[in-house]
Design a protein around this ligand. Sequence first.
Ligand SMILES: CC(C)(COP(=O)(O)OP(=O)(O)OC[C@H]1O[C@@H](n2cnc3c(N)ncnc32)[C@H](O)[C@@H]1OP(=O)(O)O)[C@@H](O)C(=O)NCCC(=O)NCCS
Length: 364
Amino acid sequence: MIVKKVAQFWATFSFLTPSKCSGGPILAPTSEETMKAAITAIGGYVPEYVLTNDELATMVDTNDEWITTRTGIKERRILKPEEGMGASYLAIKAVEAMKEEYGVTVDDVDLVILASVTPDMPVAITSAYIAQEIGATNAYAFDLQAACSSFLYAVSNAAAYIESGKYKKVLVVGSDVMSSIVDYTDRTTCILFGDGCGVALMEPNEEGLGVQDEILRTDASGRDFLRIEAGGSFLPPSHETIDNKQHAIRQEGQSVFRFAVSRMADTSAELLEKNGLTGEDVAYLVPHQANLRIIDATARRMELTKEKVVVNIQKYGNTTSATIPLGMWDYRDKFKKGDNIFFAAFGGGFTWGAMWVKWAIDKK
Ligand SMILES: CC(C)(COP(=O)(O)OP(=O)(O)OC[C@H]1O[C@@H](n2cnc3c(N)ncnc32)[C@H](O)[C@@H]1OP(=O)(O)O)[C@@H](O)C(=O)NCCC(=O)NCCS
């Protein structure tokens, strides 16, 4: 009987759509359906110690000229034990910088997502600790790992939560202490990586600013080309794995390079095309900073002039989850409200993707 009555109701009011929230039918479209998830404040932090190419040349058989021409990197930052420990330390510093720059509060954040390949420890989750330390005591938190695409995936998750109306103030953290997983006797990897953190606060936006579109992808054929072999369930830690240095990051540089150039560039161009945009419509590209030649290839494919491309690889190297938020942080004074900003990343897995964001911060 009740079922019949409900069916009659929907037949009578079929021009109404069921609401996403509880509370019965409402007229579409709702403001919730047009709601975007926008970045409303950002922060960044890098440790004080500067490891230059010249210092690396005293540790392994390399030189400044080789590193600069092959990668674009001149120096990187390293977190020394005397300054602090772990990804959470960098995150808390970056949140402090964001609060100081934008005057935002974070104790009312309701979700913290940590993008990182180097959390403080495998278990317990580091994001919960960050939430506690910044005073967001009512927040739900989780760690997310997608290699060098972690931050992009985390922003996508945050946007989905906000667009659904489930969470209203999300802190996305990209923090990595790559020096903790680099073998400083391996010249093919130790020159590439550095430590750092960037954070982004994300909130609902009714002006249509914020995340507009994205293309995210994975391909497990990359599993053999870039990885840390031991320490997971596949090969748990043992004396042997330690002796063989299997807890450090290893890669087949050329294979990763070829893959990165084609996938990151193609996907960024595909996202432009999908939305009827050209390079002229883009204010800035904030690409993952793994190699200057990969960044240049992506910019060429998107037909962007040099000044539209965020580059800070010379100062920080590849900080993995922190490259994109640190890029935003470094260029924050150049970005204007309404600007079309593109993110592009790739990483181990393989993982990769591109995202289109309309900048929402109106900095006076
Ligand atoms: C790692 C990378 C910079 C190496 O550059 P490359 O031009 O591909 O160089 P190759 O690996 O072909 O090595 C060329 C030569 O330089 C040598 N070499 C490697 N590292 C060196 C170093 N730090 N200093 C000096 N010589 C080095 C190699 O041994 C090789 O010598 P050989 O010709 O005598 O065998 C490049 O492949 C790269 O950036 N790949 C992508 C890596 C990446 O982005 N990873 C992170 C993904 S998020």
